[in-house]
Design a binder for this molecule. Sequence first.
Ligand code: AMP
Length: 284
Amino acid sequence: MRIITSPAAMKAWAGEQRSKGHTVALVPTMGFFHEGHLALMRMAAAKAEKVVVSLFVNPIQFGPGEDLEQYPVDLDRDETLARHQGVSALFIPKPEEMYPRGFQTRISVAELSRHLCGADRPGHFNGVTTVVCKLFHIVCPDFAVFGEKDFQQLAVIKRMVADLNMDVKILAHPIVREPDGLAMSSRNSYLGPDERSQALCLSRSIARARELYADGVRDTGRLADEVRQIIEPVTGARIQYISFVDRTTLEPVSQADDNTRLVLAVTIGGRVRLIDNGRLAKGG
Ligand code: AMP
């Protein structure tokens, strides 16, 4: 596995692979790998001959007062884990090479970025689309793999790719969970033992909404009340948003159907912001 740190070297290596006729898949990450990241890498390896994983804690997608400075890092461990998933190149650029002096461009997917996490984190998605667009230009992958864990991010990126005629196929991987249901996240490392059990209210509330949907409940006002009743009594849990949305447009719906997704953001212990989501219909 190659470790590549400069965008120019990354571009050259990826170009070489393509000229040899290899297909290339990219998995963008911020590192501190867990099984969710590794599953994305395996999906990429099953799809393309060469897998590039980018590891970049992208400063422009963090707002003031967010956790950029504390974001967990363990490069040695990440390197070992990536090596075991059939990754061909790990791209670890420096912020000053991604955003040299004078950098001023932003990609904005206006509507899809406005609500949900976009409302709580102004500018976040513009930071994400800008870095992903840069990574696509550096690596020119045939495929790029993203997790459904960040459901709004996935919708925003699919929109950007369609709107800008980008030549990359976006693959989505289902959410990978801990055995007790907690969606895996690098930010779970911020949770103390009590907070770790409080955090289960997210996946429990999704399971409850699915149960009610299976029993025929379609009114999303009623479903949202039931979700609130699970989260609100949990000490330290504060709802940022609960929304039942169409899986493509992310527009809120009043009557749920098989295309409806429950998306949630909850802060635990006043500091750790967790997101989760799930389809109401069985199978995803
Ligand atoms: P991050 O390093 O948190 O930016 O995540 C990198 C990629 O991994 C994104 O496409 C995420 O959606 C995906 N990802 C993170 N956690 C999970 C998970 N638990 N299950 C599936 N994909 C995930």
